[in-house]
Design a protein around this ligand. Sequence first.
Ligand code: GUN
Ligand code: ZN
Length: 441
Amino acid sequence: MNELLIRGRVLTFVDEPNGLEDTASYRYFEDGAVLVRAGRVVTSGPYDRVKGLATADAEIADHRPNLVLPGLIDTHLHFPQTQAIASYGAQLLEWLNTYIFVEEQKFAQPEHAAFIAGRFMDELISNGTTTAVAYCSVHPESVDAYFTAAEQRGMRMIGGKVMMDRNAPDALCDSPERGYDETRQLIEKWHNRGRAHYAISPRFAITSTPEQMEVSRTLVAEFPDCYVQTHLSENRDEIAYATSLYPDAKDYTDIYARYGLLGDKTLLGHCIYLDDREVSVLAETGAVGVFCPTSNLFLGSGLFDRDRFDRLGARWSVATDVGAGTSFSMLETMDEAYKVLHLQGQRLSPLNSFYRMTLGNARALGLDDRIGSLHAGADADIVVLDSSAKPAMELRMRTAKSLVEELFILQTMGDDRCVAEVYVAGKAMKAKAITRQGALA
Ligand code: GUN
Ligand code: ZN
């Protein structure tokens, strides 16, 4: 079996960093390497040690002086919105009606779904994202297109058909029965096939009737191993409308709680206006609040309150939320995350940002045994980052004195141009000549 020895400055987290000085939270090897065999990490560490474990005919990919990290993870985005990014001038409900519910109708055509699915996966890879959790459209064909494109590239991907049976054009509405039947068939077809995982996906309380919420409950009970994804508390008008549709619920969170949709495999997009009671419910159930900073700024939705989640012990992850999110880049996403928190007097350290994009998001998905770090046995999903990819970055990097400073430059100034290479299950996906000498080397 051919081995691959990936050489560079290796960085991988072992725990959530607690401040800028927390060197115990990560492993960093200035001259490091990752040994890959059969799509898995054999070991990672200092180059000399790792090289000693490689077979004589191992292929060497020398990425010095670039950083070698686990592939980035995006925990919430919409694949049918790939061509609707940058739709002007509206907040959530108007934006959905004006742009998104028009765009998603195109996915009734399998050729269109297949074309966008391929471009979507390639865009993720170009940005160093090797695993993502996406909504497909209401059409089962869109889910087939999505998982087919992922399978062709060998990617570990999570997704599901959106279920919606009201407050949307007829062409985008299923029914409780259809939502159930189609979701069930798709789970049986795709869940745990290769690297695919299914997410049961009632869009949000506004577009699902109580009857559809009931069938969602049934699906979750029947397939407890599947993810659940929906949207929660993103926009004030949305909250008022959602809670008016479920008058018996205590608050927006309680709508989902009543239907048994909150558990440790549940991903709740946005969670901006939750009060302590609601965040405590997330903490008790293990449900994850998904912070989508570029989207929250783009739609004028509001500011995610990280400190409330941490104070109450609730889990949270980070995501792009394309197409309300304005970039596929997790680096650009963390740049905006920093600013959103900064505006509220909160902090997100560069170490925590890189933890979040990798091990943190893997933990949010319960997939940290497979992805998010470079431990022995992990899937060999790896990103190589060039901190000097842009002239302005190269100039700035000349003054960088530490790894932490470099990481902050990467997230603040970086984008897909910094992604020098991406390995998906050990296979190089983005060949790019690496010639520049880094300032830190
Ligand atoms: N809430 C319900 N659907 C959506 C969507 O597609 N995008 C965002 N940002 N919020 C939603
Ligand atoms: Zn969303």
